[in-house]
Design a protein around this ligand. Sequence first.
Ligand SMILES: Cc1cc2nc3c(=O)[nH]c(=O)nc-3n(C[C@H](O)[C@H](O)[C@H](O)COP(=O)(O)O)c2cc1C
Length: 337
Amino acid sequence: MPSLLERLGVELPVVQAGMGGGISRHELAAAVSEAGGLGTIAVNGAGAIRRELAAARALTGRPLAVNVLLPFARRDWFEAAAEADVVVTFWGEPRRRTGGTWLHQCGSVAEARRARAAGADGVIVQGVEAGGHVRGTTPALQLLAEARQALPREYPVLLAGGIAERDDVREALAAGATAAVAGTRFLLSEESRAHALYKERLLAAGETVLTDLFGAAWPAPHRVVPNAATEHWLSGGVRLLYPLRGTKDERRGLRRGPWLNRLLNHLLAPGARYAPPGLQLRMIRAQRPGSRLLSPAGPTDDAPATLVEAGALYAGETVSRIGEIRPAGQLVQVLTP
Ligand SMILES: Cc1cc2nc3c(=O)[nH]c(=O)nc-3n(C[C@H](O)[C@H](O)[C@H](O)COP(=O)(O)O)c2cc1C
């Protein structure tokens, strides 16, 4: 039986993770797919999904994925995303929403099982070392081993977290992954729409923090590079990433924001999520490192530069191993075993 990648017509076992809020748009996704990997568009709204997909199709005839965040998605987003070759969902109860190939990104074996039962064509298991919003609570290779044991041998399991070099991909494939999914590595590509100052900060970064600080509209853990906002609110330095003792949150190294910020994030999340785009933009422009409500919006190249200190500099642990920005097509080659 042909594998998932063969059925899709994806040549290489390298997938570029969807990076939300418009960091991965048509330029990046098309460059990755054109190089033989699978590129993923991640934008909000049905209109934006359609526009980005059409622009990517104009650049490549190869398969493309669209990423949809379940806490934010409305029905028309799925209708637009269904035009892609693959729909990747994240963060929420897995449920089939489109007819074509569907992958769900999971943080646990239990979630992977639920996704399969709901009809997912495969799962992406995400380790705790991943960048962006982090569902995983264990290192990626450990979760992969557990998922491989729990799921049928031929069921596609992709691995996200810790992928920055060819050897990482090789190791993932040897451990039974169908393909490797990289976010941070492609964030540091020429085509990614991250703000130039954000890319600069990432190149200089040696550490990351797993926190819930930028939780307005989406109170959930995310991994970021420290900036003025994390320095302002998360006092006490960065803890060991995997301490052996302590609470579940401490074990995975989660640095929680102050209780009042968290309370406000929870109370205001539904309203903030559905606020009109104009109001969201005003809130983002007004955001400062000391603001109690910190939006999950990342500093894209068309966002205010103030977000570099006041916003979330999403990145995975691999950021400390990445020292250069390269064209995305070259990165596909660099990652291919
Ligand atoms: C800047 C950034 C934004 C992200 N946004 C999303 C997103 O919108 N949807 C999603 O499914 N995953 C998102 N992720 C997580 C990725 O899907 C993936 O799990 C992660 O990038 C893997 O870890 P790595 O960044 O260390 O490669 C994001 C990751 C980063 C770095």
